[in-house]
Design a protein around this ligand. Structure first.
Ligand code: ADP
Ligand code: MG
Length: 574
């Protein structure tokens, strides 16, 4: 028997699956086909969860969300050529978001390369721009070390995407079992501390602030820094502002959250501490007129190249957010300090929050039909379980939804992110639901989609139904991209002229029955036009803990955001 085992032959597919298992990879999303089907089968056989998606783009979005939610990269498995190219969108999105992701792509047989093989494409080169690491193992024997390296690089330093190329002949080629040496699971990412002189300086700059502000980004969420940041907020009595995916690191309902006075807080703060948030478009580059000239930034980041981008910081703290926050806490333990709760700054912020919240409530209380965004979101907010995942995308749908829908837990909001990618919603929702099934059964996922955003990956509804994931997809339907038209106006428009000639580019078909897509696969579909119908269908969808639902909510096609202090706020960002 022992001599039999030493002669055992292993396919490349099995070597890949075992190498991934050895690196503690637990989730794989993909679309199978030549030459990767065997890899999916081998992975599933070893207990890695394999989720078959309908498009590689959605598969790569889902795998990257697993990386953000668990700190361990998910795998996206794709076929050669076009399959890999579809996944580039998700690779780019993961890399921009600083989320770990492993893409494994099948490619041409080596001996047919450059001959015009089926789906031949320079895949390793193509992935380079979208990843931290892109390579093809030189042999089956080299697969375990390349996979270990890809997993390690995806989570060390600034997290990101990695690509491993697998020629078709590797998948089926057999190697002697004894010639394969699996690498031990890579160690967790090393935790680095900031320079202690810089920590001293940072603490003294915070102490001297007249109008301080903490900005909590998705880097803080990824770093699991929720306990230390909350402690700092409470111990020092500081106002904080979450970025879109930084929501929930400290709950939105916390009395120190000034999310409802965002513009005001940014505009008048004199000292700002950045916890894993880049000064990119989301934070208006840190520049006037959205900030005071001369505002002092204290930047905490794991990536040295990020420090000083767009603005020269007063202090840079290079290191892990959680560890660095603890270093700051030590300073404030040694010499306790609290920002005065009765300050003028707190009054300015509180007044603005009150008036912004009142304006939002007033719009929400409008009883005219069709509903506006605020009415829809206020009704949804009332019913949402506090521990649910909120996934969201679309222009107004995402921007307005973010101001009304609250997050109480870290890493429970997923949206279009740094890259502003539309089409991520269903993939993210599927990833969250699959992870929740394993780690916190019963936790719900609500996916709030604009009607246009839903279209990008709409067929993933079949995936949701196939795996029976209890996701609630809420389509906020305004018949268009940004804005649409009501059915009567549309009918008038196309009455005497061909739609191909006259249909405005922003238009989508009025009153599209997206809920029937869900019903087509056995899930529950609801068509909703009033607040009462919305309340009833969401209640039913939430009670239905074992089945997916899609609620198609018709809103006023010309509905927009409330008036903004800055006219360029209407450019569909924050
Ligand atoms: P947001 O979109 O919320 O503003 P960004 O994606 O712009 O957030 O910024 C996140 C930042 O967090 C990135 O610059 C990244 O390098 C950093 N980061 C990620 N993980 C860690 C960590 N463990 N410690 C410190 N910084 C981190
Ligand atoms: Mg729309």
């Amino acid at each position: 028997e022992s001599s039999n085992r030493s002669e055992e032959r292993l396919s490349g597919a099995k070597v890949i699956a075992r190498a991934l298992q050895a690196q503690n990879v637990q989730y794989m999303f993909g679309v199978v086909g030549i030459p990767v089907t065997e890899i999916a089968l081998a992975a599933q056989e070893l207990g890695i969860r394999y989720i078959g998606m309908r498009n590689e783009q959605a598969a790569s979005y889902a795998a990257s969300a697993v990386g953000y939610l668990t700190g361990r990269p998910g795998v996206c498995l794709v076929v050669s050529g076009p399959g890999l190219i579809h996944a580039l969108g998700g690779m780019a999105n993961a890399n921009m978001n600083c989320w770990p992701l492993i893409v494994i792509g099948g490619s041409s047989e080596r001996n047919q390369e450059t001959m015009g093989d089926f789906q031949e494409f320079p895949q390793v080169e193509a992935c380079r721009l979208y990843s931290k690491f892109s390579a093809r193992p030189s042999s089956i024997e080299a697969i375990p070390s390349v996979i270990e390296k890809a997993v390690r690089i995806s989570i060390y330093g600034r997290p990101g995407a990695c690509y491993v190329d697998v020629p078709a002949d590797f998948v089926t080629l057999h190697a002697n079992v004894n010639s394969i040496k699996y690498k031990e699971c890579c160690l967790p990412p090393p935790i680095s501390l900031a320079d202690s002189a810089a920590v001293d300086l940072a603490a003294s700059v915070v102490r001297s602030a007249k109008q301080p502000l903490l900005i909590i980004g998705k880097g803080a969420a990824y770093a699991h820094a929720e306990h230390s940041i909350r402690k700092l907020v409470e111990q020092c009595g500081l106002p904080f502002l979450p970025t879109p995916m930084g929501k929930g690191v400290v709950p939105d309902s916390h009395p120190n959250c000034v999310g409802a006075a965002r513009s005001r807080a940014l505009q008048f703060a004199d000292v700002i501490v950045l916890f894993g948030a880049r000064l990119n478009w989301i934070l208006h580059f840190g520049l006037p007129p959205r900030y005071q000239p001369g505002v002092k930034f204290i930047q905490i980041d794991i990536c040295a190249e990020e420090l000083g981008n767009n603005v020269k910081p007063a202090v840079t703290l290079l290191g892990d957010i959680n560890a660095v926050t603890k270093q700051l806490l030590e300073q404030f333990d040694k010499t306790p300090w609290q920002y005065p709760p009765e300050s003028k700054w707190w009054n300015i912020l509180k007044e603005k929050m009150k008036s912004n919240e009142a304006a939002s409530k007033e719009l929400a209380s409008k009883t005219s039909l069709p509903m506006n965004y605020y009415t829809v979101f206020h009704h949804v907010q009332k019913q949402l379980p506090k521990d649910c995942f909120v996934v969201s995308e679309g222009a107004n749908t995402m921007d307005i939804g973010r101001t009304v829908l609250q997050n109480y837990l870290p890493r429970h909001r997923l949206d279009a992110g740094t890259f502003g990618t539309m089409g991520v919603g269903l993939g993210f929702a599927i990833a969250a639901a699959v992870v929740a099934k394993d780690r916190s059964p019963g936790q719900r996922v609500i996916c709030v989609e604009g009607d246009s955003a839903f279209g990008f990956s709409g067929m993933e509804v079949e995936t949701i139904c196939r795996y029976n994931l209890p996701i609630i997809v809420l389509v906020v339907n305004n018949n268009g991209i940004y804005q649409g038209f009501d059915a009567d106006t549309w009918k008038e428009m196309v009455k005497f002229q061909d739609a191909v000639t006259v249909a405005p580019p922003m238009c989508l078909l009025p009153n599209s029955r997206y809920e029937q897509v869900m019903a087509a696969f056995g899930g529950k579909g609801y068509f909703v036009q009033t607040p009462e119908e919305l309340h009833r269908s969401l209640k039913q969808a939430l009670e239905d803990t074992t089945a997916p639902s899609l609620i198609n909510v018709m809103i006023e096609p010309q509905s927009t955001r409330k008036a903004q202090d800055f006219h360029w706020l209407t450019r569909s960002n924050m």
